[in-house]
Design a protein around this ligand. Structure first.
Ligand SMILES: *[C@@H]1O[C@H](CO)[C@@H](O)[C@H](O)[C@H]1NC(C)=O
Ligand SMILES: *[C@@H]1O[C@H](CO)[C@@H](O)[C@H](O)[C@H]1NC(C)=O
Ligand SMILES: *[C@@H]1O[C@H](CO)[C@@H](O)[C@H](O)[C@H]1NC(C)=O
Length: 474
């Protein structure tokens, strides 16, 4: 039944080996164009702490771009309404993972059987992006080639579309990865521990092909998914080898909202995530700065990526419902330096996730209402616009035309995110309105990427803490 998915192991070639040696000798990230906001290399010289550690400890730094902006290598153009709709799906998915009445119906393994009839209708085109908004490039294989990947702290398994795309590959920018073209690609057998670990990493059971190759299924709650073989190959960043047997999914059936990316990098707290796999060599930490649409940020992996003294830290909380997600404890919100009027105990009732892929921050209703009231009161003189999608409080124009009051999110341990106007309001330029970029949630709170933009956020998993520092991308 799964015959069509089998292919022979990649052939070795002396020529490829020689070529790859040449590639590895190439210099890493030498020239940087400071004047271009979309430079392909993040300006390390502007960030001495990243630069030093990159050289000394062998940690590594990737450039991050907003998928919907002019710097995006994958050219996604989604309307505000579509982005907000995807955001609702993502929040539903994250929330469902935290409720015990688990009604997830993800099993797509049957699709592999369907493929043998040659009947296949893609669910959706790859033109839209539902699982995250930030992309970066990694190298895979020997010789190494670069692939543009969505970065996601809410999932664990890294995968990319893989030839021969037995069932389905959506349209992507750049070449689809071909395991036969890599001298170092290996398939993972069903008996290997990585195959057993898939259940925890993907929340779906693994399967086994007739040739005893491990089959994964990664699903994302908005009917997006990738199914294929679990493989291993050399992971490189800017042509420099980071890890020789990096485990990832070689996707044979890929459908849904991944933009025109090649696949996805999972950074959740799990053995199989990129974080889990690099932690033995580089330490269990990463940090990032999520850029605005028209600039570049970074993703830095390795222990010293979180060692800067610029961070104020809050303890990382583990939630037994899903220990792969990153939880923090929100203890206060101020608007114009005054605490919003709710009791301190209102904060303790809900858990709060920090997530790279959710756009709009969600707050339990009581907290949201208090924040909403304070912001509305401080802008009472300005012309309002009707609510838009999940955004209840909108004004005419752009946030730039409003005296947006300073808003701070305060976390346990006095860590604070002092939000700037662009973190507090979300411009819907096509409608000429701007809306408070917070929404209410039924239960869990989620710190979204609109609020995190331009902050450095440190995920120091080894020491169970999350840090914030303003001005991370510039
Ligand atoms: C840097 O990029 C800008 C804008 O793309 C370009 O005009 C300029 O010539 C570049 N400078 C260098 C030194 O490459
Ligand atoms: C980006 O997408 C737009 C609209 O789909 C298209 O016109 C344009 O040619 C694309 N650009 C690239 C570089 O693919
Ligand atoms: C938020 O404020 C807007 C504008 O005053 C109001 O229409 C909406 O009901 C408020 N939402 C909540 C949950 O308080």
């Amino acid at each position: 039944m799964m015959k069509k998915m089998e292919y022979s192991p990649a052939g070795f070639s002396i020529l490829l080996l020689l070529l790859s040696t040449c590639f590895l000798l190439l210099n890493v990230g030498a020239a940087t164009n400071y004047s271009s906001p979309c430079s392909s290399d993040f300006p390390l010289d502007d960030h001495p702490h990243l630069h030093r550690r990159n050289k000394r400890s062998g940690g590594f730094v990737l450039t991050l771009n907003h998928a919907h902006g002019p710097c995006s290598p994958i050219n996604v153009t989604s309307s505000g309404a579509t982005i907000l709709l995807h955001d609702v799906n993502r929040v539903d998915h994250l929330t469902s993972r935290l409720t015990s009445s688990d009604s997830r119906t993800h099993l797509h393994h049957h699709r592999l059987d369907v493929s043998s009839n040659g009947v296949q209708v893609p669910l959706k085109s790859g033109a839209s992006l539902g699982v995250g908004n930030y992309v970066t490039q990694i190298g895979l294989g020997t010789p190494t080639k670069d692939y543009t990947m969505v970065v996601d702290t809410g999932s664990s398994l890294t995968w990319l579309q893989c030839k021969p795309c037995t069932v389905s590959c959506y349209e992507q920018i750049g070449e689809v990865f071909d395991p036969k073209g890599s001298a170092t690609y290996k398939s993972t057998k069903c008996s290997e521990p990585e195959c057993t670990n898939l259940q925890k990493a993907t929340l779906n059971p693994s399967a086994c092909s007739k040739l005893n190759n491990c089959i994964y299924e990664a699903s994302y709650g908005d009917s997006s998914f990738s199914v294929g073989y679990l493989g291993k190959d050399t992971l490189s960043i800017q042509k420099k080898t980071v890890m020789s047997e990096f485990v990832y999914g070689c996707g044979q059936d890929n459908e849904g909202l991944f933009g025109k990316s090649a696949g996805l990098i999972g950074l959740a707290k799990n053995k199989l995530s990129m974080l889990g796999q690099i932690s033995k060599t580089y330490g269990e930490s990463f940090s990032y700065c999520l850029p605005t649409k028209s600039s570049s940020g970074y993703l830095s992996l390795g222990d010293s990526s979180t060692s800067s003294s610029k961070y104020t830290y809050t303890p990382m909380i583990t939630d037994s419902q899903d220990d792969s997600l990153y939880f923090v404890k929100l203890v206060g919100i101020t608007v114009a330096r005054k605490s919003v009027s709710i009791t301190a105990s209102s904060y303790s009732s809900a858990s709060t996730i920090i997530d790279s892929g959710t756009v709009i921050t969600r707050l339990p209703s009581v907290i949201f209402s208090a924040l909403n009231d304070s912001v509305v009161a401080s802008l009472s003189k300005y012309p309002r616009a009707p609510a838009y999608s999940i955004l209840e409080t909108c004004f005419k124009g752009s946030y730039k035309s409003l005296p947006v009051p300073p808003v701070s999110l305060i976390f346990d341990g006095k860590a604070e995110m002092k939000l700037s106007p662009q973190n507090v309001f979300y411009d819907l330029t096509s409608k000429s309105i701007t809306c408070l970029a917070f929404a209410k949630s039924a239960s869990v709170g989620i710190i979204g990427n609109q609020q995190q933009q331009t902050f450095s956020v440190a995920y120091d998993v080894g020491r169970s803490r999350i840090g914030f520092a303003a001005g991370g991308c510039s």
